[in-house]
Design a protein around this ligand. Sequence first.
Ligand code: PMP
Length: 352
Amino acid sequence: MRPLLRPPIERITEYTLEHRECRIKLNQNENPFDLPDEVRNEVLSRVAAVHWSRYPEFVPRRQMEKIAEFTGWTADGVLLGNGSNDLLQLLFTCALDAGRGVVISQPTFTLYKLLAEAVGAPVCEVPMTRSFTVDTGAVIAAANERGAAMLVLCSPNNPTGGQIPLADLEGILRATGALVVVDEAYVQFAGPSAVTLLARNERLVVLQTFSKAMGAAGLRFGYALLSPHLARQLAKVKLPYSVNIFTLIAAEVFVERWDTLKSWIGVLVAERGRVFSALGAMDGVRPYASDANFLLFETLRKTPAEVFSALLSRGILIRDVSRYPMLERGLRVSIGTPAENDEFIDALREVV
Ligand code: PMP
């Protein structure tokens, strides 16, 4: 009998995250600081003033212009999505199929491979160097040998934390003919952004999100920055109204108030340095420098599963990334509030 779904769907390994109630949640790279009441109330009062019974605008022009201003790109080259995942899916479905493959530098964000597999596209995984930098030469060679249609780079990379230098990115753009997608979910914690390369690279797509530095993971808002021509093509297939009115309004307020909200970043970056030093001083722990709001570390005496469970029993939830390629000894911890980080450091010291 003919299968009900396309065969690749059955073969995909599920991407799930078990929900665990925990006192200290450092497993999803969220911003631990919530909105000041005054900003929250501004969102709520604007939401209260619009008709919930009406669809959002077909093309939310005002918000596209706000994002253009916020990022230094042009509004015609902005696509808004229900989180950046939404736009990743759009890109993968539009660029790939069984005859059009993708090159991914591994280890990286799990969703890329899953989305490629879902459309039945061949996936070429290029290992990072031992120090977890993108192996630019190998990525270029793989893309050219296979005639890849798309190349996805995550910068700063989840879960390793490092960025790809813009010069390397330009090198990749010059040496390949593929669509190059740069996922900048964590860019506000370091930078500079690849947005500055958009004007002279029609094949570049930059993705950003409000889920990390912007502190709005629950609202689901992300955007793609790309050439106006590509934006028009992708817009044909994008689901209309994928971003709801509540989120559109909130996104606008976040951008308007970003000058005050962004003090979060300085705190988190300073905390990242503090946690990194504390981990580096522990026997049996090897942390990797990070440009994001999380740290990858390896445990040299206990297994990641043992460390994960021991922390969990103390009310601290981090991420076991030991099933990712090259990370057999890997764990990832998000940077929390100073008090959360203190507790994590003390607990880890006892556990390892
Ligand atoms: N890209 C990367 C690299 C991520 O780590 C995440 C979140 N885990 C996302 C995209 C998803 O972001 P969003 O919440 O905007 O869908």
